[in-house]
Design a protein around this ligand. Structure first.
Ligand code: DGL
Length: 272
């Protein structure tokens, strides 16, 4: 029987954007086995209603539990915003999300306590980042805006040049007007556009602005969690990364490599 610590971490997202979290996990925990599920047949979640997102997320999590994972990492901000309580009630496994780590990192980075969040419409409407930030600091204030165009730009690989620059500047503008000193990239896709979002934030807010990537903050949280529970894989060999998707589009390899920062080697299509 496989020792518990050798079981994979189960990571899931609405699509391939969550591979930015796998990339961060891979860097922080190179020996961990990871089973990633991307619900590519039903992406995007960020434009859907809460009940639908909860239903889809429950199906993804149940699939990972059946596959045998030691913990679940919700790589999707939208799912982390609306579904973690349901999953924690339903599953007999630890469930970690991306919102609390991102919120904690933002509070630590902010001097003024004014924090701006860019995310999907569903994440913004849920108010989850504001709640998570307030749980860390009652002094902090959050303004959130939906930045829907950043998702297709990242998928298309339009991460540089005139068009993404204009879009980034347009989305940063209301945050600058609100007087934030910290910007949270509250969506799996936005880390790919980090350089131009950072540039837009420096131009509109000033050189002191902090940009927080919830993928990196989540990986740090998972490290702490595994160590506290003594669940870190001990073998000093590189972990295996398996990727499962509910639809395998023609562009899969290119898009996946963009988010993962490496070629996706073990890939299979599954039915939930
Ligand atoms: N994964 C989603 C998130 O982080 C973005 C893509 C979607 O809308 O499903 O919110």
């Amino acid at each position: 029987m496989t020792a518990r610590e050798d079981l994979p971490l189960g990571v899931f997202d609405s699509g391939l954007g969550g591979l930015t979290v796998v990339r961060a996990l891979r860097a922080a925990l190179p020996n961990e086995n990871i089973l990633y599920l991307g619900d590519t047949a039903r992406v995007p979640y960020g434009t859907k209603g809460e009940a639908t997102v909860v239903k889809y997320a429950s199906g993804c999590a149940a699939h990972l539990v059946r596959a045998g994972v030691k913990a679940i990492v919700i790589a999707c901000n939208t799912v982390s915003a609306v579904a973690p309580e349901r999953l924690r009630i339903d599953l007999d496994l630890p469930v970690l999300g991306v919102i609390e780590p991102g919120a904690r990192a933002a509070v630590a980075a902010s001097t003024s306590g004014k924090i701006g969040v860019l995310a999907t419409q569903a994440t913004v409407s849920s108010g989850a980042y504001a709640r998570a930030v307030l749980a860390c600091s009652t002094r902090a204030e959050v303004v959130s805006f939906a930045a829907p165009l950043l998702v297709p730009l990242a998928e298309e690989g339009w991460t540089d040049g005139e068009v993404p620059r204009l879009v980034a500047a347009r989305y940063i503008e209301p945050l600058a007007r609100a007087g934030v000193d910290t910007v949270v990239l509250g969506c799996t896709h936005y880390p790919l556009l980090r350089p131009i979002l950072e540039e837009a934030a420096r131009n509109a807010i000033g050189p002191h602005v902090s940009v927080v990537d919830s993928a990196l903050a989540t990986a740090e949280d998972v490290v702490r969690f595994l160590d506290a529970r003594k669940l870190r894989r001990e073998a000093q060999t590189p972990g295996r990364i398996r990727i499962q998707v509910t639809d395998l589009p023609r562009t899969f390899s290119t898009v996946a490599a963009r988010f993962l920062g490496a070629d996706a080697e073990e890939v299979e299509q599954v039915d939930l």
